[in-house]
Design a protein around this ligand. Structure first.
Ligand code: ADP
Length: 365
């Protein structure tokens, strides 16, 4: 566990970068430090590996004051990833990744074998090993940076805006892979970003800072969204926090109706009698086939004779959040989201108003 106890950092020019910070970073979790530029996030991060020394207070790692630990030794247990990856431009990808094992005195052969494993771990094809950093895209360079930081299998990983310099699509990929990796690795990660969406997506805990190095709120993403501590946090999170909060609600909790769900063996008259402009048509196993517009139904026969409009996305009650259900509703031709069980069979349908349940209605609370 990393602990900050009444830590301050004043730079020699008088700037207070961090002001009386007390904070515990849980083991095996991702703690995100978020705030606008210059609010002391990087300074906080760099005090963990002693790149910056506090001017007051104590930083400890597993109960031990780190100012009493030899800095190079401390850093061996702490990986560090920065924006633009900070790769050595004249070393190949493989040699970049092998840097830390080599520093630890491993043989060249063993270090390179380890580097090969790490490349695979972060999703870099083996044939990139001999390339140089400039021959890679920004996203690929970040993967090399992460692989390099994992070189000595450090229990702690510090990441300073690691995904900020890449485009949004690549960033989303890197974030997803990062979460996948962490599921297996359970590192204690401290992650700095200025992007509140990234903080909410990645953090087990999120620390919101404001200018002057003041911690304003330290909480789970869910609590940040549901109960921002003050106007500053509320403003920082933005006005759509009600909708974002749906990411933390299981779709299984949503009210679903099956009044508009009919098998394709049902007579069209049954669809006409249904209370809505659309009905969802399923097969005999309740697998969804598509939407039938009631106004365009054939005169008679069964729903198997109706022209169906494709479903769009369904949402899974077992695995999806209410946010996924909302997206499904908004993208659905009928305005209704289709909830399915683990086998893909329809449980029921719901609309955006029912999903948001009034909770996304602005920012008045
Ligand atoms: P953030 O990571 O949130 O952008 P930083 O921790 O980098 O913020 O910086 C916090 C404040 O400390 C800023 O006002 C910055 O200008 C100042 N600062 C950072 N490093 C130094 C330094 N080496 N000397 C003087 N001031 C610094």
């Amino acid at each position: 566990m990393i602990t900050f106890d009444a830590v301050s950092k004043q730079y020699p020019n008088g700037t207070t970068a961090v002001d009386n910070l007390s904070l515990e970073f849980p083991d095996g979790g991702i703690t995100v430090l978020v705030g606008t530029s210059g609010c002391g996030k990087s300074t906080t991060l760099r005090m963990i590996n002693r790149m910056v020394e506090p001017t007051a207070g104590t930083v400890s790692l597993d109960g031990k004051d780190i100012s009493t630990v030899n800095a190079p030794e401390l850093r061996r247990g702490i990986g560090y990833v920065i924006q633009h990856a900070g790769l050595f431009p004249h070393r190949t990808v493989l040699d970049n990744v092998a840097t830390v094992p080599l520093l630890l005195g491993w043989s060249k052969k063993k270090a390179r074998a380890r580097a090969g494993e790490l490349m695979e771990l972060v999703g870099l094809p083996a044939n990139y090993a001999k390339r140089y950093p400039y021959q890679l895209s920004g996203g690929q360079q970040q993967r090399v940076g992460v692989a390099r930081a994992l070189g000595a299998d450090p229990p702690v990983l510090l990441m300073d805006e690691p995904f900020s310099a890449v485009d949004p699509v690549v960033r989303a990929d890197l974030q997803a892979e990062f979460l996948r990796l962490q599921k297996d690795l359970h590192k204690t990660i401290v992650f700095v970003t200025h992007d509140i969406d990234e903080a909410i997506k990645l953090g087990d805990k999120v620390a919101v800072f404001r200018t002057g190095g003041k911690l304003v709120q330290y909480d789970t993403p869910e609590n940040l969204l549901s109960a921002p501590a003050d106007e500053f946090v509320r403003g920082f999170i933005g006005h759509d926090r009600g909708i974002r909060r749906l990411s933390f609600v299981d779709s299984a909790a949503l009210p679903l109706s099956d009044a508009l769900v009919l098998p394709d063996s049902a007579p069209v008259s049954k669809a006409r009698a249904a209370d809505g402009p659309w009905v969802l048509v399923t097969d005999a196993a309740r697998k969804p086939l598509g939407w039938a517009a009631v106004s365009a139904l054939p005169q008679d026969g069964t729903l198997a004779d109706a022209t169906l409009t494709p479903l769009g996305h369904t949402f899974s009650l077992a695995t999806d959040s209410a946010r996924a259900a909302l997206d499904a509703a908004l993208l659905s031709p009928s305005g209704l989201a289709v909830g399915v069980d683990e086998e893909g069979a329809v449980v029921g349908v719901t609309d955006a108003a029912a999903i948001t349940g009034g909770s996304s209605g602005g920012d008045s609370q």
